[in-house]
Design a protein around this ligand. Structure first.
Ligand code: G1P
Length: 289
């Protein structure tokens, strides 16, 4: 499996005013934009074709992964070889960034449909770039493995507080006691249920490995929660046709589309940073003792 769809057309209203003139995916977590973390996660899991479903205001994302001739020439002339390595080695040479536009905010399902001409007949992954996983996460690769063994689509979930379930897609695995890294058959999947109507507290956290048939189903998916075409609703139909599984994440996830989630991620990623972590920890301990 080579193709991963990353929807980036959203306008980031939860993060205004920061996102007034820059894409939310370009907000920096310590020293890299958020999009770089998810693209690197996909590459580590073996994906090579990164399909961005994008918007006119998001050109900075494509520029970030492109060769910057002027910057490279300047760095070369100044002999700044360490910076050249940082700027030029973001992607391996066999990786492709491919972009296609989403003409309007019609939902995640619609965003995936926009990528259909590039996905073709292949099975594929979807990564939601608001959700950042800890840097050494191997969940995506494990989900591909689980898909190859079971031939059932894999949807990453994690438990959330019951008061929070209305913000997520929520799955029903008939009370299966999943251990992290395990998958179980789903019997229902609902998008943004009311807190007291949710089938469980297992929330979908932005990583999907999908059977290509979901594309055909998306074509017939009616508008759902929020009046949008929901990927969750198409996966629920796919589940009826040929089964689908929830995969319990082994990673720590951060909702970086949300200001508090982003702040938590910033502190944790800064503490783990190979060059900055130690001094940052010392400073935190001294300043907030
Ligand atoms: C989307 C999905 C939802 C999922 C969530 C995870 O919702 O539709 O199923 O649980 O991402 O962040 P959004 O946050 O775009 O409303």
């Amino acid at each position: 499996m080579k193709k991963v769809v990353i929807p980036v057309a959203g306008l980031g209203t939860r993060f205004l005013p920061a996102t007034k003139a820059i894409p939310k995916e370009m907000i920096t977590l310590v020293d890299q934009p958020l999009i770089q973390y998810v693209v690197c996660e996909a590459i580590s899991a073996g994906f090579t074709d990164i399909i961005l479903v994008t918007h006119a205001s998001k050109g900075a994302i494509e520029n970030h992964f492109d060769h910057n001739f002027e910057l490279m020439t300047t760095l070369e002339n100044k002999g700044k070889h360490n910076l050249i390595a940082i700027v030029d080695n973001i992607l391996p040479s066999d990786a492709n960034i491919i972009s296609i536009r989403q003409p309007g905010p019609l939902g995640l399902g619609h965003a995936v449909l926009c990528a259909a001409p590039i996905i073709g007949d292949d099975d594929f992954a979807v990564i939601l770039p608001d959700v950042i996983l800890n840097g050494d996460s191997t969940d995506l690769a494990q989900m591909v493995q689980a898909y190859q063994t079971s031939r059932k689509s894999q949807i990453m979930v994690e438990p959330v507080a019951y008061e929070e379930v209305h913000k997520y897609g929520v799955v029903d695995c008939q009370g299966a006691h999943l251990q992290p890294g395990e998958s179980a058959d789903m019997v229902a999947m609902v998008e943004k249920p009311k807190n007291d109507e949710a089938p469980s507290n297992l929330a979908v956290t932005g990583r999907y490995i999908l059977d290509n048939r979901v594309i055909g189903l998306l074509h017939t998916t009616p508008k759902g929660a929020g009046g949008e075409i929901q990927l969750t609703d198409a996966i629920a139909m796919l589940m009826e046709e040929r089964g689908a599984q929830a995969y319990l994440s082994t990673s720590k996830s951060y909702d970086c589309g949300d200001k508090l989630g982003y702040l938590k991620a910033t502190v944790e990623f800064a503490l783990k940073h190979p060059e900055l972590g130690k001094s940052f920890k010392t400073w935190l301990e001294t300043e907030f003792a």
